[in-house]
Ligand binder design. Structure first.
Ligand SMILES: [Ca+2]
Length: 336
């Protein structure tokens, strides 16, 4: 008992010292603790060039490829740097009013309004834009300045023409612990905003009621032959677009919100992939009249027509007309 009581103050003193040391450690470590929850402890900002490349070619996407009124093209690109408390868009979630109007008609007013509100709450850093691309294949680019408190990048580009389809990335982290990534390349797939039920690129406006969640469009889903991206022979769609984000040594003198003139030397070579498109034909018509002399029997015909011409070595179209032997109608009468 004696020993214990004499040791207790010593233990208490040691304990207090330990607690103090631990507290001091955390107090000094605190500035390094990321406040944005994204783990970015990089010391300063990083300058990047973002290049968007469209790969939407008639070779890769032959089905219903929009050639005119309007031809295949890309809207302006909208990007935001932000922290984990902001979402521009998210697969499996419903589209915000801003995402809906951008995905359906390419209007950015609502998106920009929401981003401005988010900037006030300091969840969004900077919004960036590029001009649109008047073609399915092409580049657009912008400079970006990323800061440690907003290391995530989200962006959207609308496919034109389309009901509510877009490509994009959601919360791509350009920071890796205490350093900024040097180069990031991402292949992009089309997404459906869930607000318009059109099946094809040039479907008329057809609101989805109630709205559905944002979903990825694949070669199998939506599982409907009329869908513009339905390629049952493909396991997955070829990338319809890609982004390449490259860190720049210098810090931009001023932030340019729109610039389409900066293209780094190392742009991906044009990817060429030809997607086979099988011929599609209608159902057979009903049989025509049985015609012919009663002595030799008659012949009747039925026809079908081409719904979709084959492309890129897809299956050729089958016979469009078929004939069959039959007993002419007037001969049946004669026998009776
Ligand atoms: Ca849709």
């Amino acid at each position: 008992m004696q020993m214990m009581s004499s040791e207790r103050p010593a233990c208490g003193w040691l304990h207090k010292l330990l607690v103090l040391l631990v507290k001091l450690h955390f107090a000094f470590a605190e500035p390094l603790q990321p406040l944005n929850g994204t783990g970015c402890t990089a010391k300063g900002p990083a300058s990047y060039i973002l290049v968007f490349t469209g790969h939407w070619s008639p070779q890769a996407f032959p089905k219903q490829y929009p050639l005119f009124r309007p031809p295949a093209q890309w809207s302006k690109l909208i990007a935001a740097s932000h922290n984990r408390h902001f979402r521009l868009w998210e697969e499996g979630s419903s589209a915000s009013p801003g995402v809906q109007s951008f995905a359906e008609v390419g209007v950015t007013v609502e998106l920009m309004k929401a981003a401005k509100e988010a900037r006030k709450k300091r969840t969004v850093g900077v919004m960036y834009r590029t001009a649109g691309i008047p073609n399915g294949i092409g580049h657009s680019s912008t400079e970006m300045l990323m800061v440690p408190r907003n290391p995530l990048l989200s962006l959207m580009v609308k496919m034109i023409p389309s009901p509510d389809w877009f490509v994009g990335v959601n919360s791509l982290n350009l920071c890796d612990g205490n350093r900024w990534k040097q180069e990031v390349t991402v292949d992009l797939q089309p997404y459906d905003a869930g607000t318009d039920s059109g099946f094809t690129f040039s479907s008329p406006n057809f609101p989805t009621s109630p709205p559905e969640n944002i979903t990825k469009i694949t070669s199998q889903m939506p599982n409907h032959p009329a869908n513009s991206f339905y390629y049952p022979r493909l396991k997955e769609l070829p990338p319809i677009a890609s982004i390449k984000i490259t860190r720049q040594r210098r810090t931009p003198d001023r932030q340019t919100s729109i610039s389409n003139h900066i293209l780094p030397n190392s742009i991906n070579p044009q990817r060429f992939s030809a997607t086979p498109l099988d011929c599609e034909v209608s159902l057979w018509s009903s049989w025509g009249l049985c015609l012919g002399p009663c002595s030799r029997g008659g012949v009747r015909h039925r026809t079908r027509y081409i719904l979709l011409r084959p492309a890129n070595a897809g299956s050729p179209c089958p016979e469009l007309e078929e004939q069959d032997e039959c007993v002419p109608h007037n001969c049946i009468k004669k026998r009776q």
